[in-house]
Each structure stands twice: as structure tokens, then as C-alpha cells.
Design a protein around this ligand. Sequence first.
Ligand code: 13P
Ligand code: SF4
Length: 381
Amino acid sequence: MPLATAPAPTYPLADYKPLSNEALHERIAAVRRDWGKRLLILGHHYQQDEVIALADLRGDSLQLSQMAAASEDCQAIVFCGVHFMAETADILANRPEKVAERGGERIPVILPDMAAGCSMADMAAIEQVESCWDELGEVIDTADITPVTYINSAASLKAFCGKHDGIVCTSSNAKAVLDWAFARTKRVLFFPDQHLGRNTARAMGVPLAQMPVWNPHGDELGGNTEEQIRDSRVLLWQGHCSVHQMFTRAHVDLFREKHPGIKILVHPECPMEVFDAADLSGSTGKIIRIIDEAPPGSKWAIGTELHLVNRLKHEHPEQEIHFLSPVVCMCATMYRIDLAHLCWSLENLAAGTPVNIIEVDPDTAHWATVALERMLAMKAN
Ligand code: 13P
Ligand code: SF4
């Protein structure tokens, strides 16, 4: 059953703000001890260290959605990530067959701070995608387009893909997803991250000239001509990650000049000129695996979110690890999840007055599941 209007919290957030991290850590640990396996705290790799230390499981976007899909014993999920991740966890943990197995019980999925959104996800609204689809239909046959949404998107966009024979991808499986799409249709509409779409499709041999960018705020046809649309293979939505777009080609050149022999390792959300100049690329999960497996003395400049790079530096003193930018590139929204919010949400959960429950409406969840399950059925790149 969906949750009725939530009761008022037992404990106000303001009470937690003055507490020290040590005190908060202790109190969070106490709730974890009491709840045991009934509580699952998931943490994305970009979270701050204090939060990661208290997560039961950590992962990249693909791993976290797999964990939510597989969750069996828990009675509540607290998601230390951003809004779209908590939505995905709710959709997968509360599939109708799972709820039926639990005798009708839903697992509440809690986002400790509702303001933890994603600026990239906000760059594609469902109304914009629908009107793009309608406009495209006036020029080409939409039956020959597979819509692909990066998991960093609202549930409504995932549902759009479910309804239109499309699919979800993450940075771990974007190539496999594009292979799947091209086996079905001639074209792909890829949203919201133009960089992941472009970097992946180019590596597969799609020429840039066949990847027009759709500007949702632009003129007709997203600022493209009918000819460009007819000639397209991948239509790229004009969205980006505000963190990864800050890495530049000049940063890569500077590191190569100053540190001969250094290897550049970047996330595929980085712009094309950075991606092209790098030695290696991959999702956050893959970046971690590459560093874990590298021999002592390896030298790296890594282009992804600051907290993860700093953690890798700390965990691998036997390697020389640099952050691939002189400026701070951190995910400000992910950073909103701090120990005060985590403790506040856990103690209210334990008191029977859970706060910040993310619940996707059943119709959206149904269609989003269709697109998510297509993705979960395939292997990573
Ligand atoms: P991955 O978790 O797929 O590496 O994506 C990084 C990211 O930006 C998450 O918001
Ligand atoms: Fe969104 Fe970028 Fe933050 Fe990921 S790192 S949550 S894509 S803003």
C-alpha cells in the first residue's frame, strides 16, 4: 500500500545541526546496531568519507540499482546519493511482485536531504522530451528511434523510455545499451547527458556529423535542420554534468607536461576533448577497479568527482594520484547528505515517523521498470 500522508517528524532537523560528527556517528551506529539487516544504507562513491564509512554498501549508479533490485531482507533503504537514485531504488525495491511477496509491505526509500538533486537530471523535463518526440515525428518515423535515458534522469523519463520501446543506461553499460538499441532501430535519442552519448557513440564509430545536439530551449527541431535530423544516428540532448564539464583539455596537457609518464583516467561524462585526450575512461566503479589493480608507483591524474579522487589517494598511498583540475569539482548536491541529515532521517525512521520518503507513482514506476529491467538484463560494457 502506498504510504498515507507522513506523520510529523518526532525529531526536528535543527536539533542535529549543532552536534559534532563524532556524536552523530555514534548515534547513527546505534540505529544501525538496533535495526541490523532490516536497514540498508546505500552510498554512492561521490559521498563524503564520513557518510561512506556508515554505508552498508557503496557503488556506482549501476551497482546501486542492482543492489536495490536485489534487496531481500531489509525493511527500509536510506539512500545516500541523489534524488534520481532514490527514485530508482524505490521503483526496483517495490516492484509489485516484491510487494506481494512481502504481504503488501512497501520498503520505504529515504533520501536524507530532499535538496540532494542532480543538475544534469534537471536539464531534461518530461514535457520537453515529449515535445521533442512529437517534433521528430513530423520529420522522421519515431518507430525507428530508440529513446535511451541515462539513469541520471527523473523517473518520468525512464517511464517514457519504457513506453516507447526504449531503455535506461548507466556509465557502466552505455556501449552495450547502444549496441542493443542499434540492433533494433536506425537511430537513438539519448538524454540528458550529451557527453556520455557522444563519447560512447563516437567510440563505436558513429561520426560526429550524425550526432546533432537537441537544444530543448532552442528554435524548432531543437535548433537543427530537417536534413540534420534525417541524417542523424544519435540525437544528443543538450545536457551535461556540472561537475565533469569543468575538466578541460588544458588540464590534461598540463599534467602530461609536468608529470611525464602520468596516465589520465576520466569519467565518460567529461567533454569529448578531455575524453579523447585521456588514456583510460570508465564509470566510478571502473575507475576504482583500475586504481585497485594498478602496480605501486603508478602515476594518475583522475577526472571525476573530488571526494572519490581524494578517497582513492588516501587508500592508495603506494601510487601517485592527482585530481585532474586546479579547481574544486565536487558534486554540491551529493554533498548535502551529511551526518546530521543521515542521523535525523534514521532516528525519525526508528521513532516510527520516517521523513523524506521517495515514492514514485505506480504508473510511472511500472513503465520505468520496463526500461530499467531491459538494462538490468544486460552486461556492463
Ligand atoms: P556513475 O555512478 O555511473 O559512475 O555516474 C557518476 C555520476 O555522475 C553519478 O551521478
Ligand atoms: Fe548529477 Fe554530476 Fe552530481 Fe552525478 S556528479 S549527481 S551527474 S551533478
